[in-house]
Design a protein around this ligand. Structure first.
Ligand SMILES: [Zn+2]
Length: 153
């Protein structure tokens, strides 16, 4: 019984690793779409600002409209921050991250930045990753048969 349990676990772990890869690509695609969406929203805000600047200039003959576009400026900052978060998530998917100091892209687990030498906050290594199982020559058909046998008992 224990033997079957082990086989089942190995098979599901192999499946999980492959599925993780697929879901990583899917997640990256989704994040990139979200970034694209935010960027087009920023473009919309720029258009809005342009309109306001133009109208203010036409009506009052001046370009000092800092107070009029305060909301739009805040919105752009918010959207930019959201884009930065998505970009970080994309980096994390490929085990990379930004240096806390110079913002260059470095290894997720690097203790120091290779560009500026700044010390990085410690990153926990995820225990869920079990790549060594991929290399085992486990026949998936065989596993299936064993499972069937188990079910028939
Ligand atoms: Zn750095």
């Amino acid at each position: 019984m224990e033997f079957f349990e082990k086989l089942g676990k190995k098979a599901s772990a192999t499946y999980k690793t492959a599925a993780e890869k697929t879901s990583k690509i899917a997640s990256e695609t989704k994040l990139k779409m979200k970034i694209g969406d935010k960027k087009s929203k920023i473009e919309d805000v720029y258009t809005e600002i342009g309109k306001k600047v133009y109208q203010k200039y036409v009506l009052d003959g001046e370009l000092n409209i800092k107070n009029d576009i305060d909301e739009e400026l805040k919105r752009i900052n918010e959207l930019s921050d959201e884009i930065k978060e998505y970009e970080k998530e994309i980096l994390a998917l490929s085990d990379m991250r930004e240096c806390v100091n110079c913002k260059n892209v470095i290894d997720k687990y690097a203790k120091f930045c290779q560009f500026c030498g700044a010390k990085q906050p410690e990153e926990k290594i995820e225990e869920a990753q079990v790549p060594e199982i991929i290399n085992e020559n486990e026949n998936s058909e065989e596993t299936k048969t064993d499972e069937d046998t188990e079910n028939n008992e």
